[in-house]
Design a protein around this ligand. Structure first.
Ligand SMILES: [Zn+2]
Length: 49
């Protein structure tokens, strides 16, 4: 699984928990790494996805 913004690899643990965050954009599930999550606001992330 890769970050949908910077393409960094996102580690996935058991029970489909990820080291990052899920965001739903236009009905599609996107994943964001913790770095992007810290770097951008929710509005900025939505604009980039
Ligand atoms: Zn990222």
């Amino acid at each position: 699984m890769k970050c949908n913004i910077c393409s960094a690899k996102i580690e996935q643990t058991f029970l489909e928990k990820i080291n990052g965050a899920y965001m739903k954009v236009k009905g599609k599930q996107k994943v964001i790494c913790p770095v992007c999550q810290k770097q951008y606001s929710k509005e900025e992330l939505l604009a980039k996805l």
